[in-house]
Design a binder for this molecule. Structure first.
Ligand SMILES: *Cc1c(COP(=O)(O)O)cnc(C)c1O
Length: 357
């Protein structure tokens, strides 16, 4: 039986994406080869990576003058690549959780880091506001969705300096004004595909800001832009699956439809949490993530949390255990999670509540 997959990453994938990938693993079209066997520099693969980039440009309405890259190393490598290329003297960061802290730690290897605001005082349960972006920094880095703590900024901010965003866990879940960003990166495995490939959207003009001369070849954005992500062997199979995800997103109505679905799923689950006598949300309401929905059991019932996870498991619900830094539960409702799965979770919550209260 297919499970209701609430895993925080890697994510659930649409049936058609899994089916088409499975077929291509056996044989890519009529090529007589598996997607795992084809040359990345062949007529079998080159149209795939090109279509993936073109589809992303179309779906996210990426303006002229930007490049789309498919790289290895995960979003975590971007934490280092961004400052290696662009931190010449000073950069500004928001500290909104574990991943943002990881990005800050790497940036400090390359220059001065100004943390403009942090929500660490309340265990990252809100998104900081009311800070001022200085104009004398090389760039400003934000994490749009905080996967572990369940906060999200659902709008594109204005920045007087180049804006860089880690969108790993909410990319493709809403329309984004890409023109406001100089660089966006996202590990594919949260919302866009399987693990093994990281998507980078970079404004070509921004490359002119690179002054450092000692950057290793594979860590230079310019090298990847000039070589169309083919400086070395790209993760061909993962890129194939990303293309399938993008085809699927387009076929169901693009990011507007993803946005509508994300809101519907989040409304359903948050409403269940807010009307429960047993469960309670952990995040400031105005900053709640639609992607990673964090909640716990109320005081006096904490010892039942493991029991509820087991109970939900009997309904086919998996992946709802909260990250150890928050505890309780985290239901990740990524793009390909069907609202029917959220309904199963909500029903399980109601049934469990009734059984113990
Ligand atoms: C998962 C995650 C990362 C790390 O991604 P990897 O691809 O595993 O390196 C970085 N940022 C955010 C927001 C994430 O959710």
């Amino acid at each position: 039986m297919r499970k209701h997959i609430f895993n925080a990453g890697p994510c659930v994938l649409a049936d058609v994406v899994r089916e088409n990938t499975a077929k291509a693993v056996i044989e890519l079209g009529n090529s007589g080869q598996s997607i795992m066997e084809v040359s990345h520099r062949s007529k079998d693969f080159e149209p795939i990576i090109k279509e993936a980039a073109d589809l992303l440009k179309e779906i996210l309405n990426i303006p002229e003058g930007y490049s789309v890259l498919f790289l290895g190393g995960g979003a975590s490598l971007q934490f280092a690549m961004v400052p290696f290329n662009f931190l010449n003297t000073k950069a500004a960061y928001l500290n909104t959780g574990t991943w943002a802290s990881g990005a800050i730690k790497e940036a400090r290897l390359f220059g001065e880091v100004q943390v403009l605001a942090s929500s660490e005082d309340k265990n990252f349960n809100y998104y900081p506001k009311g800070y001022t972006i200085p104009t004398d920094v090389d760039y400003f880095h934000i994490t749009t969705n905080n996967t572990i703590y369940g906060t999200e900024i659902l709008r594109d901010i204005d920045s007087p300096v180049p804006l860089i965003a880690d969108m790993s866990s909410d990319i493709l879940s809403r329309p984004v004004d890409v023109s406001k960003y100089d660089l966006i990166y996202a590990g594919a495995q949260k919302n866009m595909g399987p693990a093994g490939v990281t998507v980078v959207i970079i404004k070509n003009e921004f490359l002119e800001r690179v002054t450092r001369t000692n950057i290793p070849t594979m860590l230079k954005y310019r090298v990847h832009v000039e070589n169309g992500s083919m400086k070395n062997t790209p993760p061909c199979t993962a890129i194939f699956t990303v293309r399938e995800v993008l085809r699927w997103v387009k076929s169901i109505g693009g990011v507007r439809e993803m946005d509508r679905r994300a809101q519907a799923k989040a409304d359903l689950l948050y409403h269940a949490i807010d009307s429960s006598k047993l469960f309670v949300g952990t995040v400031a309401k105005e900053d709640r993530s639609r992607m990673n929905i964090c909640f716990v059991m109320k005081e006096g019932y904490k010892d039942k949390e493991a029991d509820f996870i087991a109970f939900a498991g009997t309904k086919g619900v998996i992946g709802i255990k909260g990250h150890r830094s928050v505890g309780g539960f985290r239901a990740s409702c990524y793009n390909a999670l069907d609202i029917a799965s959220v309904q199963v979770l909500v029903d399980a919550m109601a049934e469990y509540e009734k059984s113990i209260l």
